[in-house]
Unconditional design. Structure first.
Length: 561
C-alpha cells in the first residue's frame, strides 16, 4: 500500500517541479521572445509562412481567428477522411487493410480532428501504418496545436493584448513545443522498450505449438504525441494497457508526465502573460488540491477492493480486475484520474472495471473539465469559472465586476454561460434518448446503475473531447457513431467560438484604474470561492446522473447486494 501512494507522490512532485520551467518556456514562445530553438526553427517557420501566404505580425480579430480555426480543421478533416478511405492503395499497409465502414470512418475522422480520439474500432486490425502515422498522427499534432493556440489567444485577450494570428500560433505550437518534446519523449520510450518499426506483423509459435500474430508498428512516436497532445487514441485497441505501448514502470511514468505537463504549465504561462505569478500559483494549487482529493478517493476505492468478491472468498485484496499487474491498483487509479482530468483519454487499465469511487472521479472530471483540462481549451474553461466568480462576488459585495482591470458585463456573462451550458446539453439529452432504448440503441452490457454510467460516460467523453470509455458498452453501431459525432463537434467548436468572442471583447475594453474597492482575484479567499463556485456548478448540473450511476452503485455494493 505504502509503495503505491509513494509512487503517486513522487510523480506529483515531478509535475510541480517542471510546471514553472515549461510554463515559462511556453510563454516565451508565444510572446515572441528568443528561445534555444530559434536558429533551427526560424528558417523553417518563415518558409511555411511564405507557402501559406501568412504574415507573422498580422493580428486577427475574434471572427477572423474563429474562421481560421474552422476552415483549417475542415480542410484537415476532409484530407484525413480521404487518406483513410483510400488506405488500401496507399503505402505501409502490410496487412492489406481496406477502408472501414462509412460511419466508423466519419466518426474516426471527426474524433481525431476534435482532439478527442474516441475509437469505435480495433486499431491494429483496422488501420495501416500509413493511416496511423500520416493521417491520425498528423491530426494528433494539429488538433493539439489548435487547442493550444485557442488557449493562448484567450489568455492574450484577458490580458488586454490582441489575439494574435492563428496560423502563426498553430505553427509555433507544433515546431517549438509539441514536436521537440515528442522527439525527446519518443526516444525515451524507445529506451524503455516501446517498439518503432515498419516491419510486418510478427508470427510467433507458442509453447503449446500454436501460432500467435503480434501486431507492431511505429508505436513510440505515435505514443508520445498521443499523450503530450492530450489525444489519447491508441495504436492498439487496449491503448496504454498494451505492453508495446506501455511496457513497464519507466514508460508509465514518462507517459503520465507527458499527459499533465502542458495543461499544468499553461496556468503558469497565464501568470507570466498577466504579470501575476501569485494568482497563477493560487489557481495551480486550487486545481492541484481537487485533483489530489479525486486521486485519493479513487485509489482508496481500488485498494479496498470489491466487497462482494472479498467477502465471498474471505479475502482482503485490492480490486485487480481490468488492471495490468505491472502497474497495479495505484498506478491504474492514478492514471484513470489523470487521463480524465487532462482530457487525454488514454488508458492503462479498463475504466469499466473501476470501483464506483473511480467511476465517480472520472465522470466528475469529464463534467467540469477544469481539473487541468484539455490542451489549451481546458485552461480557458478554468478562467471562465474565474470570470463567473468575479461576477457573482461582485454582485454580492455591491461592486462592479472587474477582471484584470476590465469590466465584466452582460456580453461576457452570456458567452461564459454558453461555454458552461453547452456541455450538459450535449451529454444529458443524447444520454436520455439512448437510455430510453437500452437494447436497440444503447447496447448496455450491464443492467442497473452501471449501465447508466456506461451511457453517460460515452457522451461525456465525446463532449469533453476526452475519448476514453467504459468499454462494456457496444458502441460500434450506427447510432453511437453518428450520435457521438454531434457531441464531438458541439463540445469542441461551440465553446471555442464563445471563448474567442469573449477574449476579443475583453481585449477591446479600456482598462479601469484600480481602486481600494477593486476586488482582488489573487487572494486565497477569492480562489477558495472560485473552487466553491466550480464544484457547486458542476455538482448541481450533473448530480442526478452521478446519484443514479456511481453513487447508487457504490451504495449497492456497500450493502452487500
Amino acid at each position: 500500500m505504502g509503495q503505491g501512494f509513494l509512487q503517486i507522490g513522487l510523480t506529483l512532485c515531478i509535475v510541480i517541479a517542471i510546471t514553472p520551467l515549461l510554463g515559462r518556456y511556453i510563454a516565451r514562445v508565444f510572446l515572441g521572445e528568443r528561445t534555444l530553438l530559434d536558429f533551427l526553427m526560424n528558417p523553417i517557420e518563415r518558409s511555411m509562412y511564405v507557402l501559406a501566404g501568412v504574415r507573422r505580425k498580422d493580428d486577427m480579430t475574434g471572427s477572423q481567428y474563429i474562421r481560421s480555426v474552422l476552415y483549417s480543421n475542415l480542410i484537415m478533416g476532409i484530407s484525413v477522411y480521404l487518406l483513410l478511405y483510400f488506405q488500401r492503395v496507399l503505402p505501409w499497409n502490410p496487412n492489406g487493410f481496406g477502408a472501414p465502414s462509412w460511419d466508423v470512418l466519419l466518426h474516426t475522422t471527426i474524433s481525431f480532428v476534435t482532439n478527442t480520439d474516441q475509437q469505435h474500432y480495433a486499431s491494429e486490425t483496422t488501420l495501416s501504418y500509413f493511416s496511423q502515422v500520416a493521417a491520425l498522427g498528423f491530426l494528433m499534432f494539429t488538433s493539439a496545436a489548435t487547442g493550444l493556440a485557442v488557449g493562448i489567444a484567450f489568455i492574450r485577450g484577458l490580458s488586454g493584448r490582441k489575439l494574435g494570428n492563428f496560423y502563426v500560433d498553430l505553427v509555433r505550437g507544433i515546431t517549438r513545443i509539441l514536436l521537440p518534446i515528442s522527439i525527446i519523449g519518443a526516444i525515451a520510450l524507445l529506451v524503455a522498450g516501446v517498439p518503432q518499426t515498419l516491419a510486418n506483423t510478427l508470427d510467433v509459435r507458442t509453447l503449446e505449438g500454436g501460432m500467435q500474430y503480434l501486431a507492431r508498428g511505429p508505436v513510440a512516436s505515435f505514443e508520445m504525441i498521443k499523450l503530450l497532445g492530450e489525444n489519447g487514441g491508441g495504436f492498439f485497441s487496449v491503448n496504454s494497457a498494451h505492453p508495446f505501448e506501455n511496457p513497464n514502470g519507466a514508460s508509465n511514468l514518462i507517459e503520465m508526465i507527458a499527459m499533465i505537463s502542458i495543461p499544468a504549465a499553461l496556468i503558469y504561462t497565464y501568470g507570466i502573460f498577466v504579470n501575476n505569478i501569485k494568482q497563477a500559483w493560487l489557481l495551480f494549487w486550487m486545481v492541484f488540491v481537487i485533483f489530489v482529493v479525486l486521486v485519493g478517493v479513487t485509489a482508496v476505492g481500488e485498494l479496498q477492493g470489491n466487497p462482494l468478491v472479498n467477502n465471498a472468498f474471505g479475502l482482503e485484496q485490492p480490486n485487480l480486475e481490468g488492471k495490468e499487474l505491472r502497474f497495479g491498483w495505484a498506478q491504474t487509479a492514478f492514471w484513470a484520474v489523470m487521463t480524465t482530468a487532462t482530457m487525454s483519454g488514454a488508458v492503462n487499465g479498463m475504466h469499466d472495471s473501476l470501483m464506483p469511487q473511480g467511476i465517480f472521479s472520472t465522470l466528475f472530471n469529464l463534467f467540469i473539465q477544469v481539473i487541468w483540462g484539455g490542451q489549451g481549451t481546458g485552461t480557458a474553461y478554468l478562467f471562465i469559472y474565474l470570470i463567473l466568480t468575479v461576477f457573482l462576488t461582485g454582485l454580492m459585495a455591491g461592486r462592479t465586476p472587474e477582471f484584470l482591470g476590465r469590466k465584466i458585463e452582460k456580453r461576457e456573462i452570456v458567452l461564459a454561460s454558453v461555454v458552461l451550458l453547452i456541455h450538459p446539453i450535449l451529454v444529458l439529452i443524447p444520454s436520455a434518448i439512448a437510455l430510453a432504448y437500452p437494447i436497440s440503441l444503447s447496447g448496455i452490457s450491464n443492467s442497473g446503475y452501471h449501465g447508466i454510467s456506461q451511457v453517460v460516460y460515452e457522451y461525456a467523453s465525446a463532449a469533453a473531447n476526452n475519448g476514453s470509455g467504459l468499454e462494456g458498452l457496444r458502441d460500434n453501431t450506427l447510432w453511437w457513431n453518428l450520435s457521438t459525432i454531434v457531441s464531438l463537434i458541439g463540445g469542441r467548436y461551440i465553446p471555442i467560438i464563445a471563448i474567442l468572442l469573449l477574449a476579443d471583447g475583453m481585449s477591446r475594453k479600456q482598462p479601469v484604474p484600480e481602486t481600494p474597492a477593486t476586488l482582488r482575484t489573487d487572494s486565497l479567499v477569492f480562489i477558495g470561492i472560485t473552487a466553491g463556485v466550480t464544484l457547486v456548478l458542476g455538482v448541481l448540473t450533473f448530480f442526478p446522473v452521478l446519484a443514479l450511476g456511481p453513487i447508487a452503485e457504490g451504495l449497492k455494493l456497500a450493502s452487500g447486494s
